[in-house]
Ligand binder design. Structure first.
Ligand SMILES: Cc1ncc(COP(=O)(O)O)c(C=O)c1O
Length: 399
């Protein structure tokens, strides 16, 4: 059970806003802020390289913490600047040829799709959509029927950015593992809001970000690559951190997942990421998931009872992202009205996941994403503002 009072006391931002934009960038907890500031101050006091050397153990700890979180080894982790770059470094390292098949879900994230399309166009591979389950999410049985020796990768977004859906990642992983096909899991929105264990899921590559449900600093992300795969993936970009220049004029790529990193990085943020991971594990990912699901379910119920509101979330399993629209009021206006009442939400535009929006006949949606430090009163504030907007819209139609 989460001690909500303590969680809020350790989250300075809750004094200012009802932050329901955790799928965008969550409010950092005080220890994360303190760790980042402490390192920046050390850099100011003694120099950047010297501060990194003095805090080498804390920097290393970030890898250990992420490995513990995901149930893997620290040498399978690379820390980069965001989830997209993490995903790209692994995907662009994969080799494809004419006739190869890349399978992906219809809720694929725009940045991933654009990369899949670019590589398919360059190589003659095809990108194919996995059919949808009527409840929403990938149809696992249909996926099984699609797997053959020409399928070179399956790309799955664990939790799409635009809704409550939690994809059946472990069921997909069981199939890809049995077929010997790599599963590339975009866990950007799932890590930090629920337990994510790479062996339980059976994914070979996983990408995630620091700033969302992990409550880490902005500009942080990480990549997991299964040990057996690392040496088969030659990063699309190399530098003197990822590889070593040898006397004979050749180079040797390092054997661990840090081959996907680049040399320079924001060490304060990297330390802060490790603290955020420890902080999440301190609460426990099961406890976080339970509270997130309870809050999101309560919000969906209250919104569904609000005149003019349509809740759009699909899926047999749902997480902390709640999407809705208000009849007669553009989503951007709903979000702006909420912001003026100090309730943070975001708008999910169609272009972020075009196929899914088009298939479901949706344009944009208001996205309210809860975390364990949110409380009931904040949910009520969101619903009250939405109700007021609705009655104002109703009055202007009548006048
Ligand atoms: C599902 C999903 N994948 C990837 C990303 C990209 O993450 P980042 O901005 O850290 O690159 C996002 C960001 O919203 C996302 O929701």
């Amino acid at each position: 059970m989460i001690d909500v009072e303590r969680a809020r006391a350790e989250t300075p931002g809750v004094a200012n806003v009802a932050h329901l934009n955790n799928a965008g960038s969550a409010l950092p907890a005080a220890p994360v802020h303190a760790a980042v500031v402490e390192h920046l101050e050390l850099e100011t006091a003694i120099g950047g390289y010297e501060a990194a050397a003095a805090r080498a153990d804390r920097i290393e700890h970030t890898y250990e913490a992420i490995a513990t979180l995901l149930g893997c080894h620290a040498d399978e982790i690379g820390v980069v600047e965001n989830a997209t770059r993490a995903w790209d470094m692994a995907f662009y390292a994969m080799r494809f040829g004419p006739g190869d098949r890349i399978l992906t879900s219809q809720a694929e994230y725009a940045s991933n799709y654009i990369a899949l399309r670019q590589v398919a166009d360059r190589t003659g591979a095809t990108v194919e959509w996995i059919p949808e389950d009527p409840a929403g999410g990938v149809d696992v049985a249909a996926l099984e029927g699609m797997l053959d020796e020409r399928v070179k990768v399956v790309s799955l977004v664990h939790v799409p950015s635009h809704g409550g859906l939690v994809e059946p990642a472990a069921a997909v992983g069981a199939l890809t593992r049995a077929a010997g096909i790599p599963l590339l899991l975009d866990a950007c929105q799932s890590v930090g809001q629920m337990p994510v264990d790479v062996d339980e899921i059976g994914c070979d590559v996983l990408s995630a970000t620091g700033r969302k449900f992990l409550r880490g600093p902005r500009g942080t992300g990480f990549l997991y690559v299964r040990r057996a795969l690392i040496e088969h993936l030659e990063p699309p970009l190399l530098d003197l951190h990822a590889a070593e220049w040898l006397d004979d004029g050749s180079y040797r790529i390092r054997p661990d997942a840090r081959r996907f990193e680049n040399w320079e990085c924001n060490y304060a943020a990297k330390i802060g990421l490790g603290v955020a991971v420890d902080y999440a594990m301190g609460w426990g990912l099961d406890a976080i998931r339970d509270r997130v699901v309870a809050l999101a379910t309560a919000l969906r119920e209250r919104l569904a009872d609000t005149p003019g509101v349509t809740v759009h979330d699909v899926g047999r399993e749902q997480g902390g992202i709640v999407t809705f629209s208000l009849a007669g009021t553009p989503s951007a206006e709903v979000a702006a009205a909420l912001r003026s009442e100090r309730v943070n939400v975001s708008v999910s535009p169609r272009s972020y996941s075009l196929v899914d929006f088009a298939r479901r006949g949706l344009d944009d949606m208001v996205r309210a994403s809860v975390h364990y430090y949110n409380d009931d009163e904040e949910l009520d504030r969101l619903v009250a503002v939405t109700r007021r907007l609705r009655s104002r819209a109703g009055q202007s139609i009548l006048s």
